[in-house]
Design a protein around this ligand. Structure first.
Ligand SMILES: Nc1nc2c(c(=O)[nH]1)N[C@H]1C(S)=C(S)[C@@H](COP(=O)(O)OP(=O)(O)OC[C@H]3O[C@@H](n4cnc5c(=O)[nH]c(N)nc54)[C@H](O)[C@@H]3O)O[C@H]1N2
Ligand SMILES: Nc1nc2c(c(=O)[nH]1)N[C@H]1C(S)=C(S)[C@@H](COP(=O)(O)OP(=O)(O)OC[C@H]3O[C@@H](n4cnc5c(=O)[nH]c(N)nc54)[C@H](O)[C@@H]3O)O[C@H]1N2
Ligand SMILES: [Mo]
Length: 741
């Protein structure tokens, strides 16, 4: 089917500008942008006309923010390198590729509106170029109509993982009156944060310091996911040289395991809770735990001890595939070191139906050893002053509305712990008539399990507008309007936190075409909705100043820009001194570290970190295992892609031009498969096609595919079952079979 795009310059086929970079239609769409060649990108330095600009890298979904320095010549950005004065001075390949991303000929540059009133899967939107004024007026009219008809909460402010717009996103939503605001934390790190907060009132993951004697690296291939690499990874290598022992627990033999592990354990996917409980079993049985800490500073130990007694290493070996002796060795290594830290993945143990409970079982290994708020352990160091922003976000204003959030009853623990709504229920919120319209900023609909149902539902909304750098059919085909966003080299807002202050961003140029930076779009939207005063009459600098003022630093926007390429330094909130809990207790219902969670019990959940099988697994669904004998993991990161992004960015795409499935020699051989074969991967939900890659990384019986491929969406194979505590999707609970296509 030929999909038409009407622009001022003619009618374009949708496929043509999404595909290869060199197409004429693509160049038209992108207003004549050219793909950058490596030679051009690293053009000469020092001919006198160059100026430098500085920004923080958003390429890993705005989660790492390494420092970037750009060289501008004749109004063009020609070179990207690290900013040595930034706390993360060395960007990875993705940071350097931000140059090619800026000049990507496939960028969306103009607001588009749908002209085909028929929506739904297979319908061609027939995009037509419009101006910003028309776009903003239409959005405001549609949102106000939904507000009058169904109330303001019927409009969702939906965000994927990008984060820089969130303070203003929340502010405009609060002004409009809707609490149904989402962020990427609904699928990403917040379940991990919840696991720590439920136990300690604080998050738990930390990098090892030079004093650390043992570090537990649980399900995070940090060498590739670059989170927050490469600076932090160097710290890990340095700690190893200083004598820190590493226990790496990962379902794959990763580069992180190979480089760091003194002891490597390879569990069955989703069985982590049982493994952690068995380590606790050994530590308690062998009386290796910290009696002083456990007796004085924890809650629920006796019941925990009784529960943990069931999880002998031998029983855990049956559940987890990890030999009992290795479990004993890991437990002793952890307990006997005296100073320990842990880094747990934001997604690997939490993308299971038992996610939060399993992750709590892991984090409680800190409580058992009293590895809390002392040297070489998880230290609760005070940050800098002057960066608070709740006042700017107006989350207090939305406070009384919080009970009206969609999903409050379905996911009470999430709703009690977050001011955002749990967006994984979007399908049901729409189908149940709760949500009728929305803005989808930086959103990828492929991230919802059973994507096709969500696409159908979104297409029934009265009005939906997306904001993105690219026109992505898997998301935008179901929208009424798509607006072009600026990339990092074209934007100035907001600021980034640094360990010693705040750092600003400079734009190298005006946004290409009619792209706008997200903060500017949100200010303009707020004004169109009638909140001119509260949205600073659309003045970006005034908004940024208000954001700074809310933090109370006393800094001006100019102060921060003038400090570049350095950091605008702020005073520390105080000196760290150990064991603050002895004075202040823990921020939990009991005031202690909780083996048994008071909040979970209060909300009707099991207080102990109980182990349950994933809802789909060789143990819980043996009938499915007969047809689908392989455990399917989706979403382990690769260095060159971030979710659905960069699939058409040549410097990154060259490393993995097509979808591949990683599998063991044994599993490939048993199916007569060879490297490069195209295969069908299927289960009770559907089928996707990948190419075989045979690797020693995988445990026989477990295969993995990356998410975010338009042509092979992994979420078609994932059930719509969620962790009842966090509401997280079960991206890593699936079985499948593979055969040659
Ligand atoms: N199967 C499976 N699915 C997963 C995961 C998994 O492990 N397995 N992991 C989950 C996790 S942890 C996460 S964090 C999510 C990520 O989920 P998303 O963030 O929804 O995923 P992306 O594909 O990065 O989509 C982001 C979209 O925002 C656009 N964008 C990027 N930056 C900006 C910006 O600054 N402004 C605007 N306006 N748009 C922007 C991009 O072009 C892209 O279209 O994926 C989740 N999905
Ligand atoms: N290059 C790149 N960097 C990224 C991203 C990206 O898409 N690309 N995404 C960013 C985001 S949003 C996130 S959330 C972080 C993620 O950061 P990380 O958590 O470090 O992500 P991964 O590198 O995928 O590491 C997860 C590891 O968990 C293992 N694993 C999978 N299932 C299980 C399980 O059930 N149990 C155990 N024990 N291990 C398991 C996998 O084998 C994998 O090695 O990375 C961020 N950085
Ligand atoms: Mo994430």
């Amino acid at each position: 089917m030929a999909t038409k795009v009407n622009s001022t310059l003619g009618t374009l086929s949708r496929r043509s500008f999404i595909g290869a970079t060199a197409l004429g239609a693509a160049a038209v769409m992108a207003g004549g942008l050219e793909a950058v060649s490596p030679e051009k990108a690293l053009a000469s330095e020092g001919d006198g006309d160059e100026t430098y600009v500085y920004t923080s890298c958003p390429m890993c979904n705005q989660s790492v923010f390494c420092g970037l320095k750009g060289t501008v010549q004749d109004g063009k950005l020609v070179r990207v390198e690290g900013n040595e004065q930034h706390s993360k001075p060395k960007p990875c390949l993705k940071g350097l590729t931000s140059l090619q991303y800026l000049y990507d000929p496939n960028r969306l540059l103009y607001p588009l509106k749908r002209t085909n009133p028929a929506k739904g899967i297979g319908e061609d939107p027939q995009w037509e170029r419009i101006g910003w004024d028309e776009a903003l007026e239409t959005i405001a009219a549609e949102f106000n109509k939904a507000k009058e008809t169904y109330g303001a909460p019927s409009v969702t402010f939906h965000s994927g993982d990008p984060k820089e717009h969130l303070p203003l996103f929340q502010r405009v939503a609060a002004l409009f009156g809707t609490p149904n605001v989402s962020w990427g934390g609904a699928q990403c790190a917040f379940a991990l944060a919840m696991s720590g907060i439920l136990c300690y009132g604080a998050t738990v993951t930390t990098m090892p310091s030079p004093e650390t004697k043992v570090h537990l690296q649980w399900g995070s291939n940090i060498a590739w996911s670059l989170y927050p690499q490469p600076t932090a990874y160097k710290g890990m290598l340095d700690a190893k040289k200083a004598g820190c022992k590493y226990i790496v627990i990962d379902t794959r033999m990763t580069p992180t395991a190979v480089q760091l592990a003194d002891l490597y354990l390879q569990p069955r996917p989703g069985s982590d809770g049982a493994l952690a409980l068995a380590m606790a079993n050994v530590i308690i049985e062998e009386d290796l735990y910290d009696h002083e800490f456990v007796e004085n500073w924890t809650e629920g130990f006796d019941e925990y001890k009784e529960y943990v007694a069931e999880f002998t290493p031998e029983k855990a070996e049956e559940i987890t595939w990890v030999p009992a002796d290795q479990i004993r060795e890991a437990a002793r290594m952890w307990a006997e070191a005296g100073q320990g830290t842990m880094w747990v993945s934001p997604h690997s143990t939490t993308h299971h139906s038992n996610g939060v409970q399993s992750t709590r079982a892991i984090t409680l290994l800190l409580a058992l050893m009293g590895y809390w708020d002392r040297e070489g352990c998880r230290k609760l160091t005070p940050g800098v002053t002057g960066t608070a922003d709740a006042e700017f976000r107006l989350t207090d204003l939305s406070g009384p509305l919080l009970d009206q959030r969609a999903g409050v009853d379905r996911w009470p623990v999430w709703s009690a712990m977050s001011t955002y709504y749990q967006n994984n229920g979007l399908l049901e919120y729409i189908n149940d008539g709760i949500i009728h319209a929305g803005v989808f900023l930086g959103t990828n609909l492929m991230n919802f399990p059973q994507t096709q149902l969500v696409q159908e539902a979104v297409s029934t909304l009265d009005f939906a507008v997306a904001v993105d750098m690219h026109l992505n059919p898997w998301t935008h085909d179901y929208m009424d309007m798509v607006l072009p966003a600026a990339v990092c080299w074209e934007r100035v807002a907001p600021f980034q936190s640094q360990p010693n202050g705040i750092i600003g961003s400079q734009a190298a140029m005006q946004p290409a075409g009619e792209a706008r930076e997200d903060w500017q779009f949100l200010l303009d939207l707020g004004c169109a909705l009638g909140f001119e005063e509260e949205c600073f009459h659309g003045d970006l600098k005034a908004a940024m100043q208000a954001y700074l003022d809310a933090g109370g630093s006393g800094a001006t926007v100019d102060d921060i820009q003038n400090a570049l390429p350095g950091v605008y330094e702020l005073p520390m909130a105080g000196e760290w001194s150990p064991k603050q809990y002895e004075k202040n207790g823990f921020s939990t219902p009991s005031g202690k570290a909780e083996f048994k969670s008071g909040l979970l019990e209060q909300l009707g959940f099991e207080g102990l970190p109980v182990y349950e099988e994933p809802h789909i697994s060789p143990v819980s669904t043996p009938e499915l295992l007969e047809q689908y004998p392989l455990i399917l993991t989706t979403g382990n990161r690769v260095p060159w892609y971030v979710h659905s992004k960069y699939r058409h960015t040549p410097w990154l795409n060259q490393f993995m031009p097509e979808p591949i499935v990683n599998m063991s020699h044994e599993d490939a051989e048993a199916r007569g498969l060879e490297e490069g074969d195209t295969v069908r991967i299927y289960n009770q939900f559907g089928e996707v096609r990948f190419k075989v890659a045979i690797t020693n990384m995988m445990h026989p019986g477990n295969v993995e595919i990356l998410h975010g491929w338009e042509q092979a969406n992994s979420c078609l194979l994932i059930d719509r079952v969620f962790d009842p505590i966090s509401g997280f999707p079960t991206f890593k609970d699936a079985l499948c079979e593979i055969e040659k296509a």
